[in-house]
Design a protein around this ligand. Structure first.
Ligand code: C5P
Length: 232
């Protein structure tokens, strides 16, 4: 297995295409991320199919419900032996603790990762939901809550890494999307860093989707990512 810190986000619904892509990346990336688009279309059976590629799987399900329901969902998801599984820190302390307890009871090695504030939300969007102040402060508040509840790590944007590294225990894992190679990019990620910058800032795992998945040669694109220079 590759020791690369890169997990490739396979944002597509079909298991056959996802398996072909995952197979082509075996030995080049550290694993693959399957999210809600894939899981809603293809479910646990689809996850098992992609697992045939032999790569660790990051199951990005962003669980958020009452504690009992989330604990049950964690138990069900752990049957798929994902390397990582996400839940929303905004679900609150009891929900986070129930998820952590379910993981510990299962004896699973899976990293439970908390999502704080979605990067699609700005200060105005947060104000609409009754949360005043800046998004960065809310990210830190939710991160502290999740870490106190016992999660293994957090999903955060590249520009949150430094603040979280300053304020959280060093063993908290930081898993970071919004990664782009140096040079122009035509897609919708606005606040990006190169892989080197994010790793230097303290990221443990980098989530990269389209720079790999839309490339003519995904394996070559993934390999090249760790050799790219400074961001725009
Ligand atoms: O294609 P791209 O590299 O932008 O894909 C990034 C992946 O990380 C997508 O699956 C996206 O949903 C996810 N993600 C993100 N930003 C966040 C959280 C998750 O881009 N804040």
């Amino acid at each position: 297995m590759s020791s690369s810190p890169i997990f490739c986000a396979i944002d597509r619904p079909d298991p056959a295409g996802a398996l072909t892509l995952a197979r082509s990346l075996n030995g080049v990336v550290g694993g693959v991320k399957l999210g809600l688009e894939f899981f809603c279309a293809s479910g646990p059976a689809g996850v098992r199919t992609v697992g045939e590629a032999g790569l660790p799987i990051f199951l990005d399900l962003k669980l958020h419900d009452i504690p009992n329901t989330v604990a049950g969902a964690v138990r069900s998801a752990l049957a798929l032996e994902p390397a990582m599984l996400t839940l929303h820190a905004a679900g609150g302390r009891a929900m986070l603790e129930a998820a952590v307890a379910a993981k510990r009871e299962a004896g699973a090695a899976t990293w439970l990762l908390a999502v704080t504030v979605l990067t699609s939300l700005d200060d105005g969007d947060l104000a609409d939901t009754g949360i005043s102040g800046d998004a960065g402060a809310q990210v830190e508040r939710l991160a502290r809550l999740a870490v106190a509840a016992g999660v293994d790590g957090l999903v955060c944007s590249p520009h949150e890494i430094a603040r979280l590294r300053r304020n959280l225990p060093a063993d908290v894992k930081l898993v970071v999307p919004g990664i782009r190679p140096a040079g122009p990019s035509g897609d919708d990620q606005k606040r990006v860093m190169t892989p080197q910058e994010a790793l230097a800032a303290g990221a443990d795992v980098l989530v990269v989707g389209r720079p790999i998945t839309v490339a003519a040669d995904p394996a070559a694109a993934a390999a090249a990512l760790l050799g790219s220079g400074p961001s725009r």
